[in-house]
Write a protein that binds this ligand. Structure first.
Ligand SMILES: NC(=O)c1ccc[n+]([C@@H]2O[C@H](COP(=O)([O-])OP(=O)(O)OC[C@H]3O[C@@H](n4cnc5c(N)ncnc54)[C@H](O)[C@@H]3O)[C@@H](O)[C@H]2O)c1
Length: 314
């Protein structure tokens, strides 16, 4: 298939591009490369350094599927420049889907976020529950979802609400909970946990990639919204799991981040998807990648540090 992948140089996008190419797809990546480009050249790969806000510069001719991952990808970065966040995360999504429809693209897969639910007490947070987004990042994801669904009569839309992703990528992020706590232990033998009680869902990077492949294979028959997260555990529990692999002191400090929810992915599981990897697998591989030098723990691993350096402020 011909796939247009926005955000293909990102933490998820880089290994996703590699696996799409390995399965024989032709991939066009559109990415501003804020965090570099770790993709190796490949005969079926075209990488375009472009802003998705310039939708008219995105080649859509002959594209079968758009996979849309390029976004300002966490709360602090969204707060750094609110206008940019709304333009990239909401407005550009609309421009992109309109361009896709104009070029008869059949399917649009969108990386939303499990954090759109906000704080939820329910033991099972299913897709039917109300959205109470508590940050600008969450709000733009929610708006994008609604905009995309409004085009559902003209293009098949698959909206994925991923949990926090964990594990090793050639474009590493260390600002995600499992990866962050693991690197703290590996580097400093000390883990600082803010709050600790908040429950968050997780998904291994390789399962995240498998979810996108699942929707590439079956998505035309699966329009709609799907949660994708499998291990709902507290931040403290993550830290304890880390210390099974690297001895480290755990220090708990107060937190002002109330986000706490348990994602249910029963709807996704009912479509035949089964996760194969665990949080513990991610911990082990991040430690190994740090020890053998594949992870450098530099500024590029932290989205907010890089965005500040690039002066992407309001
Ligand atoms: N990583 C997670 O835990 C997680 C969880 C839930 C949802 N998501 C979503 O999945 C997607 C991928 O996440 P990630 O962790 O790979 O993020 P990332 O920050 O590593 O990658 C995002 C990529 O998008 C690019 N980009 C941003 N704005 C752009 C623009 N205007 N034009 C072109 N390119 C642009 C960046 O250069 C970057 O390479 C994002 O939409 C994110 O919100 C991620």
């Amino acid at each position: 298939m011909n796939i247009l992948l926005t955000g293909g140089c990102g933490y998820v996008g880089t290994p996703l591009t590699q696996s799409l190419l390995a399965q024989g797809h032709r991939v066009t990546v559109v990415d501003l490369q804020w965090f570099g480009n770790h993709l190796q050249s490949h005969p079926n790969l075209t990488v375009i350094r472009e802003d998705i806000r310039n939708a008219d510069r995105i080649p859509m001719q002959g594209v079968d599927v758009v996979m849309h991952l390029a976004n300002v990808a966490n709360d602090p970065c969204a707060e750094l420049n609110s206008k940019l966040n709304w333009e990239v995360n909401a407005l550009a999504t609309m421009l992109l889907v309109e361009r896709a429809i104009a070029h008869h693209v059949k399917q649009f897969i969108f990386a939303s976020s499990g954090s759109v639910y906000g704080v939820k007490e329910e033991p099972e947070v299913t897709e039917e529950l109300s959205l109470v987004p508590i940050s600008d990042y969450n709000k733009t994801k929610m708006i994008s979802e609604r905009v995309l669904l409004s085009y559902g009569d003209r293009i098949v839309v698959n909206i994925i609400r991923p949990a926090t992703v964990c594990g090793y990528s050639p474009r590493q992020r260390l600002d995600l909970s499992v990866n962050m706590l693991t690197i703290q232990a590996a580097k400093n033998k000390k883990i600082t946990v803010f709050g600790g009680d908040q429950t968050r869902p997780n998904i291994h990077l390789q399962d995240m990639i498998r979810v996108y492949h699942h929707f590439l294979d079956k998505g035309l028959r699966l329009p709609g919204i799907f949660n994708a997260g499998f291990e709902n555990i507290s931040i403290l529990e993550i830290a304890q799991r880390v210390t099974r692999h690297v001895p480290a002191e755990i220090v708990v400090t107060p937190s002002n981040d109330p986000r706490s929810y348990r994602l249910s992915s029963k709807k996704l599981l009912a479509t035949g998807f089964q996760p194969k990897h665990t949080v513990e697998d991610a911990i082990v591989e991040v430690i190994a990648a740090f020890r053998d030098g594949r992870i450098q723990d530099d500024e590029s691993c932290y989205n907010i540090k890089t965005m500040k350096r690039l002066s992407i402020a309001a």
